[in-house]
Design a protein around this ligand. Structure first.
Ligand code: ATP
Ligand code: MG
Length: 294
């Protein structure tokens, strides 16, 4: 027997702010104690006492309800603690997902280095080159994963150098295989900024990847500058961001995508603020604007 907290995203109009229920155990041995509802996050929390997590999952399955997460909690927590518990669980899941990705890259790298060893005696250079490329790709992927974690917790120092904004944009765009139409509005000279090129490129990639994931057809990237600042604006023609989400999208773990981690824009904001710049968003149409000091 233990206490479990089930969390589900729901439409705010269907639920009251909070409800306390003391139910007798149902036929599965599950006792529901409390229902809480967070209107801002559109989430419902249900605290129950059950023989095991599995009982709750099976019970919900029969009712056709899919919860976003079910976590075991130490004791009967007050509803005000629900959000904290849920955030920590999500952070745990995010770290688990990073670890999973890194572990996968490690096994790709180990397998291919073993294959290289086996092929060395055959001198089959072409095949060896394929394996070496795979090891290199796996290392690059792990490097990206680790950088994402470091950007999230903001511990990696900046490595600044004079960088062409157009070059960074081109490098970011080359990462994507998509039929999205990209157009530029650029000054007729090369805009140079002192920045950590890898980090700023990661920011551009995140914003472009978001526009692609909401199925935008066109992105217009505009760059303008004066003697001390540069503005880079990304405008897309996707479905837009609902007004009530505008001030939440930079929060860690806020996502509306089933496969999203909700870290992309939080990482972007951290990186831009580390550069003493700003990143803002406007709606209709969706427009992200980055301002960086030169
Ligand atoms: N161009 C856009 N158009 C519409 N909504 C957007 C756009 N960019 C961001 N969003 C909204 O902001 C949310 C947060 O974006 P963010 O990049 O932080 O996380 P994510 O894309 O959901 O997940 P990931 O961590 O994998 O990037 C998205 O889930 C989406 O709701
Ligand atoms: Mg994203």
């Amino acid at each position: 027997m233990g206490y479990f907290l089930a969390v589900k995203k729901v439409d705010p109009k269907f639920f009251p702010d909070m409800e306390s229920i003391k139910q007798n155990a149902d036929e599965f041995g599950i006792k529901v104690y409390q229902l809480a509802f967070n209107r801002d996050l559109h989430k419902m929390y249900c605290l129950c006492h059950s023989p095991s997590k599995n009982e709750i999952v099976e019970h919900l399955k029969r009712l056709d309800i899919v919860c976003d997460e079910i976590v075991e909690v130490e004791e009967q927590n007050s509803p005000s603690n629900f959000e904290t518990i849920s955030k920590f669980t999500q952070i745990g899941q995010t770290i688990a997902s990073f670890s999973h990705d890194i572990r996968q890259s490690i096994s790709v790298a180990s397998l291919n280095s073993r294959l290289i060893k086996e092929k060395l005696s055959t001198k089959d250079v072409e095949q060896i080159k394929i394996y070496v490329d795979r090891v290199e790709d796996a290392i690059k992927k792990m490097n990206r994963n680790v950088n994402e974690i470091l950007d999230f917790v903001r511990v990696a120092p900046l490595l600044k150098k004079e960088t062409s904004i157009k070059k960074l944009l081109d490098e970011s765009l080359s990462e994507f295989v998509s039929d999205i139409n990209i157009s530029f509005r650029l000054p007729d000279y090369d805009v140079i900024v002192s920045c950590d090129d890898e980090k700023i490129q990661a920011v551009f990639s995140n914003i472009i990847s978001n526009a692609i994931s909401v199925k935008s057809k066109n992105i217009i990237i505009s760059v303008s500058d004066d003697s001390s600042f540069v503005n880079i604006e990304f405008l897309d023609d996707g479905p837009g961001i609902p007004k009530q989400n505008l001030d939440k999208i930079f929060e860690p773990l806020f996502t509306t995508r089933p496969s999203g981690t909700g870290l992309g824009l939080c990482i972007c904001k951290n990186i831009i603020e580390q550069h003493n710049g700003t990143i803002t968003v406007k709606n209709d149409p969706t427009r992200f604007t980055i301002t960086l000091p030169k």
